[in-house]
Design a binder for this molecule. Structure first.
Ligand code: DHB
Ligand code: MG
Length: 219
């Protein structure tokens, strides 16, 4: 649960430093209008994703979990005009909202939305050019499976970011959330132990409560 001070500070940082553009604000409004859950990344995290895409020089980005395309929009903005974001979304109605938002933001031509279970879509992406950057933000039960696919579809140097790795501290008390916490814990164990990865994890507070993200680099 977000405490008031965290949210006020986040709003201040968003207004003063992050400065989202009108397309981001329209995308948030469209998600509310469509009755979608308000669980998109906060603007300061979205901008971090955009900057990480730029700083890593990524040309091909993979996203698992599109929702209304809010994080997709930030990342697509960080790509060069001939760059590509492939984003996997389970629900057609979410993909439709995301498509409209990404087109309205002028980045639709860089984005390929694949509808269906990501574990069905990901194998179809093998054999293509590898991904330079991967953002995992879907059903937490499959976090470790998605991480494994991210490594397989990447190359040495690929950057992998995973959202929601603290889950209000439930990673230390998994009995509080027997659906999501075990999936997150399994993924974090893999981040720390898989010889293919180098990784760290960061806690955050703000409008999304007490949460955080993990970031890994494929060796
Ligand atoms: C929630 C938050 C997220 O960032 C997400 O990807 C899924 C769920 C939540 O707060 O429920
Ligand atoms: Mg998330």
């Amino acid at each position: 649960v977000a405490e008031p001070g965290w949210v006020d500070v986040e709003r201040y940082l968003t207004d003063v430093v992050v400065r989202p553009d009108p397309a981001h604000k329209r995308a948030l409004a469209s998600a509310v209008e469509a009755g979608m859950p308000a669980i998109e990344v906060a603007p300061n995290a979205g901008k971090l994703l955009r900057m990480l895409v730029q700083m890593s020089g990524a040309r091909r980005v993979l996203e698992i979990g599109t929702l209304a395309g809010f994080s997709s929009m930030w990342m697509a903005q960080g790509l060069p005009d001939d760059g590509r974001l492939v984003t996997c979304e389970f629900l057609q109605k979410h993909a439709d909202v995301a498509r409209a938002n990404l087109d309205a933001a002028g980045v639709g031509h860089k984005v390929d939305i694949r509808v269906g279970a990501a574990l069905d879509t990901l194998p179809t992406l093998a054999g293509q050019e590898s991904f330079d950057f991967v953002f995992i933000d879907a059903d937490k039960e499959n976090d470790s499976n998605y991480l494994d696919w991210a490594i397989r579809l990447g190359r040495p140097g690929t950057v992998i970011v995973v959202d929601n790795v603290i889950w209000d501290g439930a990673i230390l008390e998994p009995e509080r959330d027997q659906v999501n916490a075990p999936g997150i814990i399994k993924m974090l164990d893999m981040m720390g132990q898989d010889p293919r990865l180098d990784a760290t994890a960061i806690q955050t507070v703000g409008s999304k409560g007490w949460d955080g993200f993990a970031i890994a680099r494929v060796r």
